[in-house]
Design a protein around this ligand. Structure first.
Ligand code: KIV
Ligand code: NA
Length: 262
């Protein structure tokens, strides 16, 4: 998967499948599953670092995880999230930080926002850094929302999100994530844009979908939004395995001769 393939996928009506990944081990499993786009999401602040939100994730964190994922991915396109405060302050900081993520192995970066980040997106794309947009419920703005709430309800908010998505396209974004918004609105944005939309909690009309890896594997259950479908229950599996290991060690049933050297 390369950046121009996103446009082609939309034109040909081929759904774009994206999943988040944070380390080399899962990057390889994701690739073996045939998934072609891996997002190193700043959701790692929640699912890997155990924080309540993504606001404390640093550039160093993103660089570390991007290096691991990009180092392992052989075919998949790696997109790295720009963390909070890495692009808000100025175009200069945004370009420098985006460039560092590219140097770490990402093929593209993603940032949150609409009209307010247009200048940033223009600056980055003018230097050949591909940018994915992200509108709707943008987690780095959780403080102003007062919680993770569906966005784009009501005509005024909806129109603003349509304008935001269009502004990102005009600024040169190659795709845009639509998060937690009414399906009807996501369908309208998808129809009005030439670049593909990647939905999460935005219904079936989007040109592609993205999910957080640990949500879809059923590993992360501290908070499960309505839009998550657990395709596996790995936490249940992990718990069962760990409990059995503990029991067998305590009872002297592990290791057996089978796991021993002579
Ligand atoms: O950080 C993340 O995982 C994301 C996706 C959920 C879109 O931004
Ligand atoms: Na993110």
């Amino acid at each position: 998967m390369k950046i121009p393939d996103f446009q082609r996928a939309k034109r040909e009506g081929k759904k774009i499948v994206v999943v988040t990944g944070y380390d080399a081990l899962f990057a390889r499993i994701i690739e073996q599953a045939g998934i072609e786009v891996i997002l190193v999401g700043d959701s790692l602040g929640v699912v890997v670092q155990g924080k309540h939100d993504t606001l404390t994730v640093t550039m160093e964190d993103m660089l570390y995880h991007t290096r691991m994922v990009a180092g392992a991915a052989e075919r998949a396109l790696v997109v790295a999230d720009m963390p909070f405060l890495s692009y808000q302050v100025s175009n200069e900081e945004a370009v420098r930080n985006a460039g560092r993520l590219i140097q770490a192995g990402a093929a593209a970066v993603k940032l949150e926002g609409g009209a307010n980040v247009v200048e940033r997106v223009q600056a980055m794309t003018s230097f050949g850094i591909p940018v994915m947009g992200h509108v709707g419920m943008t987690p780095q703005s959780v403080r102003s929302y007062g919680g993770y709430k569906v966005q784009g309800k009501g005509a005024e908010q909806a129109n603003r999100l349509v304008e935001d998505a269009k502004a990102l396209q005009e600024a040169g974004a190659f795709a845009v994530v639509l998060e937690a918004m009414p399906s009807e609105l996501a369908a309208r944005i998808t129809h009005e844009l030439a670049i593909p939309t990647i939905g999460i909690g935005a219904g079936a009309s989007c040109d592609g979908q993205v999910l957080v890896l640990y949500d879809l594997l059923g590993l992360f259950d501290a908070f499960v939004p309505k839009f998550v479908k657990p395709y596996a229950h790995l936490k249940t599996d992990a718990l069962r395995a760990l409990k059995q290991y503990k029991e067998e060690v305590e009872q002297g049933r592990f290791p057996t001769d089978q796991e021993s050297y002579h």
